[in-house]
Design a binder for this molecule. Structure first.
Ligand SMILES: Nc1ncnc2c1ncn2[C@@H]1O[C@H](COP(=O)(O)OP(=O)(O)OP(=O)(O)O)[C@@H](O)[C@H]1O
Ligand SMILES: [Mg+2]
Length: 242
């Protein structure tokens, strides 16, 4: 970790919904670049993002970023502070142009036309006057990415951004994700089920299973660990599943 690099410190976070406990005492830290958060369906990944962005209130624990207490801020304040997220279901507004979709988001975080232009230049989206409804899935993801990098982001969390994209589109998005940390001096946390994508872009990866952290460390080692393979495949026998 370099001096001054962004650092997310999560300590003992639990979330309870009635009898369900989507997060159960999760502690982890992500230091720099693009970090991965993976785990089987229902493991608690999106709930973790909901805690970061303020959509879910944990029953215990703390979340700090560079010493700033995120849980002390409401969701709108977190967005103004620099928290950006994409959702599993993309949020592009059909009746607004690509440009206006990004402008609307930028204005909510104190940005304006200059920030929108810079963000759209970064993602490389053409035809900005086209309505959201006419955009392809990749173009919608690019609009979402532009929203994430507009203004002054500090922490960008991406929830399955490659879902529904083909191989070539995923490659384009992969290159973009890799450029975000250095271009904007932000920490990126990526949730995805595409392990090729996670292996390519994430230096560090955390694994959740049934709301608990079961692994955290260098991505290659984490994804190869028997406990992680067991969580995903139901067996630790790697050869059998290959
Ligand atoms: N608002 C809620 N009320 C009740 N249960 C919830 C709520 N949100 C999530 N859950 C439950 O919490 C668990 C974790 O859900 P979460 O969406 O965080 O999983 P995930 O790891 O993102 O899964 P996926 O890979 O399918 O997106 C699931 O069992 C889910 O049904
Ligand atoms: Mg999810």
């Amino acid at each position: 970790m370099t001096a001054g690099a962004p650092s997310l410190l999560v300590d003992d976070i639990s979330v309870t919904y009635g009898g369900v406990k989507p997060l159960d005492g999760v502690s982890l830290s992500f230091d720099t670049g693009v970090c991965g958060l993976v785990g089987p369906n229902g493991a608690g990944k999106t709930t973790f993002f909901n805690v970061l962005s303020g959509f879910a209130s944990p029953s215990s624990g703390s979340v700090r970023f560079d010493g700033v207490d995120l849980l002390a801020m409401n969701p709108a304040r977190r967005a103004r502070w620099g928290l950006r997220r994409t959702f599993q279901q993309e949020q592009v507004i059909h009746d607004l142009s690509a440009w206006d979709n990004v402008l609307l988001a930028a204005e909510q975080t104190g940005g304006g036309r200059a920030e929108v232009q810079a963000a759209l230049d970064f993602v490389g989206l053409d035809g900005l006057d086209r309505p959201g409804s006419s955009l392809s899935m990749l173009e919608r993801r690019l609009v979402e990415f532009a929203k994430c990098v507009s203004g002054s982001p500090r922490l960008v969390v991406l929830d399955e951004p490659a879902a529904g994209l083909d191989a070539a589109e995923t490659e384009q998005l992969t290159a973009l994700i890799q450029r975000i940390p250095e271009s904007f001096d932000v920490l990126v946390v990526l949730i995805d089920h595409d392990m090729d994508l996670v292996s390519t872009v994430c230096g560090t990866t955390a694994v959740l299973d049934f709301g608990k952290l079961i692994a955290l460390g260098p991505t290659t080692a984490v994804l190869a660990s028997p406990e992680v393979r067991k969580a995903y495949l139901g067996t630790a026998d790697v050869e059998e599943q290959a």
